[in-house]
Design a protein. Structure first.
Length: 371
């Protein structure tokens, strides 16, 4: 009855024959940093999401930091972001001395609440960061006018949404700057850490490229205090091969999500996820909400079902951000969701038979939790 939460080996097997000869060439020539593979991936990904410039970088957290810095965020500035995100969204701001300002989310989609964003803006606000959570685009079409009205940069955190779209376009092409992660478990994942920054502004792209290379555009000429955050060619080769398969893999995720919805329709005690009207979700995660979540998770895990929680503690209530003085009750929707959310297995190679097992075990665990 074992069903894994994620099957990365199946993805790697699909691309192995294509990638291994390229890796061999890179090893033979020692062409590890930059070069044709990186250049080609950056252009191909820019074409895919519909932006003018993509700068490949070392990981998603560095991508966010570089995006914040390029947008003019400095020490003491405030960056508005949702409370229910991965800590990297906040961490990248904290690393440059900026202050994360957390806001609540809507109850239906668990995405950033535009009304809460408007209320959180102060004279120190320098950026708003909608997070395209779980694989679907945040309401950027509503948040962008707020940013424009206040002269604040809008920076997308698109780490969970490669290929997702809203009526306004693809995730990563909806704001002035966007950051993404290619961590192996993402819809478009490398064979290690990798990330990218996306923008239509050539000057912003040039600055990010400079900052990611020790603040240097010419060897030993340093214009800024930068960082070492370059994408390497080994990862670019993997990303190019996977990008060619991304739409097909995302379609497989959508098919799996539709099967889950059908299977869960008659399961008591499970709230299935919803998709915003006009959105094209890529289902990075399939997150349901259940009562007595921790017991349901324990029962399912004991039965061999790979399940997870994304995320058990909202960022403002983590120990890392205790210094900001947030208390329980400040983010009621995000807090309530954090106690009930459960991520079911979701990956392109997930079979219908595996999903039937998952839902059968989930239904039994929910029934046990009610007794």
């Amino acid at each position: 009855m074992n069903v894994p939460f994620l099957d990365l080996a199946a993805q790697q097997a699909e691309i192995a024959d294509e990638v291994l000869p390229i890796w061999q060439r890179l090893f033979d020539t020692a062409g590890f940093i930059g070069g044709a593979e990186v250049d080609a991936f950056e252009q191909e990904y820019a074409d895919y999401i519909g932006v003018g410039h993509v700068v490949g970088v070392s990981n998603g957290t560095d991508a966010l930091e570089l995006a914040y810095r390029a947008a003019g965020v400095r020490s003491g500035d405030e960056v508005v972001m949702p409370a229910n995100t991965f800590i990297a969204t906040a961490e990248a701001a904290s690393r440059i001395g900026a202050v994360p300002v957390f806001v609540d989310v809507d109850d239906e989609f668990l995405l950033m609440d535009p009304d809460a964003v408007e209320a959180a803006i102060t004279p120190r606000t320098r950026a708003i960061v909608p997070v395209h959570l779980f694989g679907q685009a945040a309401p950027v079409e509503t948040i962008a006018p707020i940013a424009d009205k206040h002269g604040i940069a809008l920076i997308e955190d698109a780490a969970q949404a490669q290929g997702a779209s809203s009526p306004a376009g693809r995730a990563g092409a909806l704001g002035r700057i966007a950051a993404t992660s290619f961590y192996p478990g993402k819809n478009l994942g490398a064979a290690g850490d990798a990330g990218a920054v996306m923008t239509n502004d050539a000057d912003v792209a040039a600055l990010i490229r400079n900052l990611a290379a020790h603040g240097s555009s010419t060897k030993y000429v340093h214009d800024h205090i930068g960082m070492n955050a370059r994408l390497d060619a080994v990862q670019a080769a993997v990303l190019r091969a996977k990008l060619r398969r991304l739409d097909g893999w995302n379609d497989a995720r959508r098919a799996a999500a539709a099967r889950y919805a059908d299977l869960l329709a008659d399961v008591d005690g499970v709230r299935a996820p919803a998709v915003r009207p006009g959105n094209e979700d890529v289902w990075h995660l399939y997150v349901v909400r259940v009562d007595d979540r921790d017991r349901v998770l324990a029962e399912m895990s004991a039965d061999g079902i790979g399940v997870g929680i994304h995320y058990p503690t909202i960022v403002p209530l983590t120990q890392a951000y205790a210094g900001l003085g947030h208390r329980r009750g400040q983010f009621p929707v995000a807090e309530a969701a954090a106690e009930r959310i459960l991520s079911l297995p979701m990956f392109p190679h997930l079979t219908a038979a595996q999903q039937e097992i998952v839902v059968r075990v989930l239904g039994g665990a929910c029934e046990l939790a009610r007794t």
